[in-house]
Design a protein. Structure first.
Length: 217
């Protein structure tokens, strides 16, 4: 199917939010979070994507993919196709609920684990940044020392992504190239030769399109 948007909500959740393909989710996360062999996340448990409001008139948070990693780290992956100027506020809101919901009443704060929000955007959002991948932490405004590593928010902007060298492609670049939709079938085949996860993603995509063609038209 030509011009298929791989950020389609249904497809994205089936690709990276299904326990049957958690190896692909782990590939994506380990690549984006720049984990080496000593730090690799090795397992993931998908959680309920709907967060109930804290009050009767509170907002219902619809998370694309939320999961626990094997070391207790919480992660939320959000996809936004249409331009939305409050992405930072929305991401912080989702992050704060993901972080606070770790503790039950009277639980100790030392039980809190790191929470990571990843925003995959099909539009330019950070006007003052040139890189396609930007990471935000909680820092001292003078010394730039980090207060805690418990908060980490990523923005991945697809329009800013350009693949510089097909022969030296990193896994994170392979995933961005795949989701960007700007590379030909032949180019994706070349990428898949060096990145097995992309090969599996392409194979799943073909099956998905055959099974869901009517839903996507």
């Amino acid at each position: 199917m030509e011009n298929f948007n791989r950020l389609n909500d249904l497809y994205f959740k089936k690709l990276l939010g299904d326990k049957n393909r958690k190896n692909l989710t782990l590939s994506f996360l380990n690549a984006i979070l720049n984990k080496d062999e000593r730090e690799y996340f090795t397992d993931i448990t998908f959680l309920d994507k709907d967060n109930e409001p804290l009050t009767l008139d509170g907002k219902l948070s619809k998370l694309d993919i939320r999961a626990d990693l094997n070391d207790g780290t919480q992660v939320d992956i959000e996809v936004q196709v249409c331009p939305f100027k409050f992405m930072a506020e929305r991401s912080l809101y989702y992050w704060s609920k993901m972080y606070s919901e770790q503790l039950e009443k009277s639980a100790e704060y030392k039980k809190l684990k790191k929470a990571i929000a990843i925003n995959l955007l099909a539009f330019d959002y950070l006007e003052d940044e040139q890189d396609w991948h930007n990471i935000y932490n909680l820092l001292n405004v003078k010394s730039h020392n980090k207060l805690t590593d418990h908060i980490e928010i990523h923005f991945l902007e697809l329009p800013k992504f350009t693949l510089k060298d097909m022969r030296k492609i990193r896994t994170s670049e392979a995933w961005l190239a795949y989701f960007s939709g700007r590379y030909t079938k032949k180019e994706l085949e070349e990428i898949a030769m060096t990145t097995p996860a992309i090969k599996e993603a392409v194979e799943f995509e073909n099956t998905f399109l055959q099974d869901n063609l009517k839903l996507l038209n």
